[in-house]
Design a binder for this molecule. Structure first.
Ligand code: ATP
Ligand code: MG
Length: 252
């Protein structure tokens, strides 16, 4: 894999602190540091409640109150010019339930300023890519969790983003769909896109990421090249074992 070490920083987070519900409430992110460079496939790991979704929401401008430094494509998270180049897949999708998948994707394309003809072409391309062609005219309110995940992934790709930020993209996908999403992510990586995603699927992370960060209780525990982190004393250990060692949890 080509070195990305000297590439520009696409996500730059320094000493990020976030509290929910005002300054007297619990601090959820406690000085988080993170750097993601152009061209990386970056895995964001951590136990439930560690603060991954909070960090991701801050990156995409959904949590305006924070302290510390957050730059996405060299811009603050609220900056529209950066948002144009980002694709975001939320952990819990909240869409227009009374639209069909086809209508929703078309609408998102139009919101990004894509003309009608291209919006139609892009919609069809993405429905095909994520495997939703057969359900394209069904109302979203009848979609299963996995179908929503696919639509959400397609929505994140609508503007041909430079940087993809995905919050648990593989949750709820069946094995075949997961393999397909893995292949799409690999292909986007080959095309030079930068992909940052949170996941609990350690085997997926192992297969597609070149760099990872592990957080716990709102702070970074480890980050670095996956193969360097996993090679210890000349031996390569599995990510699952490494993860358990780092977060310090014992599993019987
Ligand atoms: N809207 C909110 N108001 C108050 N507390 C919140 C809110 N959202 C999250 N939290 C708290 O912030 C902490 C971090 O939550 P977050 O959703 O960022 O974790 P996560 O790492 O994404 O977890 P998971 O792996 O379960 O998705 C948790 O303690 C959670 O209870
Ligand atoms: Mg989360």
């Amino acid at each position: 894999m080509e070195s990305t070490y000297n590439n520009p920083k696409y996500i730059e987070i320094e000493n990020l602190c976030v509290r929910y519900g005002g300054k007297h409430k619990k601090e959820v992110l406690k000085g988080l540091n993170l750097t993601v460079r152009k061209g990386q496939v970056y895995g964001f790991l951590g136990p439930n409640g560690a603060g991954k979704t909070t960090a991701i929401k801050t990156m995409v401008g959904l949590i305006p109150e924070y302290t510390g430094r957050v730059l996405i494509l060299d811009r603050p998270p609220q900056d529209l010019s950066a948002k144009q180049k980002i694709g975001f897949m939320p952990e819990i999708a909240n869409y227009y339930w009374y639209l069909t998948a086809r209508e929703a994707l078309h609408m998102y394309a139009r919101i990004f300023g894509i003309n009608k003809k291209q919006a139609t072409a892009k919609t069809e391309e993405l429905l095909d890519l994520v495997g939703l062609k057969d359900s394209a005219n069904v109302l979203m309110k009848t979609f299963s969790k996995g179908m929503m995940q696919k639509l959400s992934f397609a929505q994140a790709l609508i503007n041909d983003p430079e940087l993809l930020i995905l919050d648990e993209p593989m949750g709820g996908l069946d094995p075949v769909s997961r393999i397909k999403m893995r292949d799409v992510i690999k292909r986007l990586h080959k095309e030079g896109k930068t992909i940052f995603f949170s996941s609990h699927e350690l085997s997926e992370i192992e297969m597609i990421c070149d760099e990872i960060a592990i957080i716990k209780d709102g702070a970074l525990l480890k980050s670095g090249k996956l193969h360097e982190l996993l090679s210890q004393k000349g031996e390569s250990i599995a990510l699952e074992r490494y993860f358990l060692n780092i977060i310090g949890d014992k599993v019987k």
